[in-house]
Design a protein. Structure first.
Length: 461
C-alpha cells in the first residue's frame, strides 16, 4: 500500500492543485483544438474570397469526411490516453506503454484505410453528402486532394492526446499550431499569389497536416514517462479493443455529428430547392455556420480533453474528491465560454458571416436568421461532451457512448427529418436548439447522479 501511494505522489496528476493542472492541460488542448478547427475556417475564408459561394458549399459537402477523421483520431487518441493514464495511476507502466504504442499504430492504420476508401468511392460519397450539380466538381477536386492527408490528420490529432497524457500539453499544442500556420501561409500563397483556386486550398491543408504529424512522430520517439520501443507498436487485438471501448464515446459523438451534417446537407438541398433561396444559399451558409460553431465546440472539447488525464489518473488512484473537483471546474470554465459564444452568435451573426466573402442581401438575410436560431442553445451545449468524456475517463465506456448519442442521434436526427416536413427550412433551423435543450437536461441529470456515486465512494475509503 505504501509503495502504491509513493507511485501516486511521484506523478503531479495525483498531487498538484486540480485548478492548476486543469489550466496546464486544458489551455494547450484548447489552443490545439482551435487551431485544428482553423484548418477548415482558413480554407473557408480563402475559398469564400477567391472561389466564392459554390466553393464554400463544396467544403461543406466535404466536411463529413473531416469529421470522420476527428472521430477516428478521438477513438484512438482518447481511448489510448485513458488506458495509458488509468494504468499509470495503478502503477503499471508496462501495460501503459503497450496502450500508447498500440494507439499510435491504430491511428495511422485506420487513417490509411479511410484514405483508400475515400479514393475508391469519392463521387458516390459527395453525392450522398449533399452535393448539387453546381458544387459537385468543386467537391470532387477538394476532397480528392485532402483525402491524401487523412492518415496524417488522424495521426496528429490522436497522437496529440498521447503527448498530453505523457505530461507535455504545450508540445501537443505546438504540433497542431505549426501545421495550421503552414496551412494559412500556403493558402495565401497558392490562392492569392498563384491563383490555384480550390486545389490550392486543398494542397495547403495536406502539407500543413504532414508537418504536424512529423512533429508528433518526433515526440513519440522521446516519450517521458515510459519508453516506447518498437515492440509496443505491434497491433494487439486486446489493446485495440480496449482502446476502442474507452475511445468510443468521443468517437460516437463525432460520427453522430457527421451523420447529422449529411442529413442536414440533404435537407437543406431539398427544402432549399423548393424555397425562395434555392439549394446553394442554405448549403453555403450551413457550411460556414457549422464550422464557426465547431470553433466554439473545439474550446469545450479542449477543456474536456484537458480534464481527461486528471480524471483518469485520480480515478485509477482512488482519489475521488479530485475526480469530482476536476469535472466541476471543467463544467464551470466551459459554461463561461459557452455564454460568451452565445452572445457573439446572437449579436454579431452578419459580421461573422461577412468574414467569409460578400454575397447577395438575400444570402445574408438567410444566414443571419439561420445563425441565431440554429445556435440559440449554445450557452448550455458544454454539458453533454464533458459528461460523456467524464464517463470515458473513469472507464465507463457504455455510459459515455450513450451520452454521446443523446444530442445528435436520439434527438437532433429525428427532428431534422420530421420538422422540415411541416415547416420547411424553418424546421431544419429549429431542430438544433430543441435537441440541445433536451440533451442538456439528460446530461445534467447523469452528472448529478455520478457525482453522488463518487462522493459515496470517497466516504467509504
Amino acid at each position: 500500500m505504501e509503495s502504491q501511494m509513493k507511485k501516486q505522489t511521484e506523478n503531479p496528476l495525483g498531487v498538484k492543485p486540480v485548478g492548476r493542472l486543469l489550466a496546464e492541460f486544458a489551455i494547450p488542448s484548447i489552443i490545439a483544438m482551435l487551431v485544428s478547427a482553423l484548418y477548415n475556417i482558413v480554407d473557408q475564408f480563402f475559398i469564400g474570397h477567391y472561389v466564392g459561394m459554390l466553393g464554400n458549399a463544396a467544403t461543406n459537402v466535404a466536411f463529413p469526411l473531416t469529421m470522420s477523421c476527428t472521430a477516428i483520431s478521438l477513438m484512438c487518441g482518447v481511448g489510448g490516453a485513458a488506458n495509458f493514464n488509468l494504468n499509470m495511476g495503478r502503477g503499471n507502466k508496462e501495460k501503459a506503454a503497450k496502450y500508447a504504442g498500440n494507439a499510435i499504430s491504430m491511428c495511422f492504420t485506420i487513417g490509411l484505410l479511410l484514405c483508400i476508401i475515400t479514393k475508391l468511392f469519392l463521387k458516390p460519397m459527395m453525392v450522398t453528402f449533399g452535393a448539387t450539380e453546381q458544387t459537385l466538381e468543386y467537391s470532387l477536386t477538394y476532397t480528392g486532394i485532402t483525402s491524401f492527408g487523412f492518415p496524417f490528420l488522424i495521426f496528429t490529432t490522436g497522437g496529440s492526446n498521447l503527448v498530453r497524457a505523457d505530461g507535455s500539453p504545450r508540445f501537443s499544442m505546438l504540433c497542431t499550431l505549426t501545421g495550421a500556420v503552414v496551412n494559412t501561409v500556403l493558402d495565401a500563397l497558392f490562392m492569392k499569389v498563384f491563383h490555384m483556386g480550390i486545389e490550392g486550398a486543398a494542397m495547403a491543408t495536406v502539407i500543413g497536416q504532414v508537418v504536424s504529424a512529423a512533429l508528433v512522430a518526433l515526440y513519440l520517439t522521446r516519450f517521458k514517462t515510459v519508453q516506447l520501443g518498437r515492440e509496443y507498436l505491434i497491433p494487439k487485438a486486446a489493446c485495440w479493443g480496449n482502446i476502442a471501448r474507452l475511445g468510443m464515446s468521443p468517437c460516437i459523438n463525432q460520427l453522430a455529428m457527421m451523420a447529422v451534417q449529411i442529413v442536414l446537407n440533404n435537407v437543406l438541398t431539398y427544402y432549399g430547392g423548393i424555397s425562395e433561396y434555392g439549394s446553394d444559399i442554405p448549403l453555403a451558409c450551413a457550411g460556414i455556420i457549422s464550422k464557426v460553431g465547431m470553433m466554439f465546440f473545439s474550446i469545450v472539447i479542449g477543456i474536456s480533453q484537458g480534464m481527461q488525464p486528471i480524471v483518469s489518473f485520480n480515478y485509477g488512484a482512488k482519489q475521488y474528491p479530485r475526480v469530482l473537483e476536476a469535472v466541476w471546474k471543467s463544467i464551470a470554465c466551459a459554461t463561461v465560454i459557452s455564454i460568451i459564444a452565445f452572445l457573439c452568435f446572437q449579436i454579431f451573426p452578419r459580421q461573422i458571416i461577412g468574414l467569409f466573402g460578400q454575397e447577395s442581401e438575400e444570402y445574408f438575410q438567410f444566414a443571419e436568421r439561420y445563425f441565431r436560431i440554429y445556435l440559440f442553445f449554445t450557452f448550455a451545449n458544454q454539458f453533454q461532451p464533458i459528461v460523456a468524456n467524464m464517463y470515458t475517463s473513469i472507464g465507463k465506456a457504455a455510459a459515455g457512448a450513450m451520452m454521446s448519442l443523446t444530442r445528435q442521434i436520439l434527438f437532433l436526427m429525428p427532428l431534422l427529418v420530421l420538422l422540415p416536413r411541416f415547416y420547411g427550412l424553418e424546421g431544419a433551423m429549429y431542430a438544433a436548439p430543441i435537441a440541445d435543450c433536451v440533451a442538456f437536461i439528460v446530461a445534467g441529470t447523469m452528472l448529478l447522479r455520478e457525482s453522488r456515486r463518487l462522493k459515496s465512494m470517497a466516504v467509504g475509503l
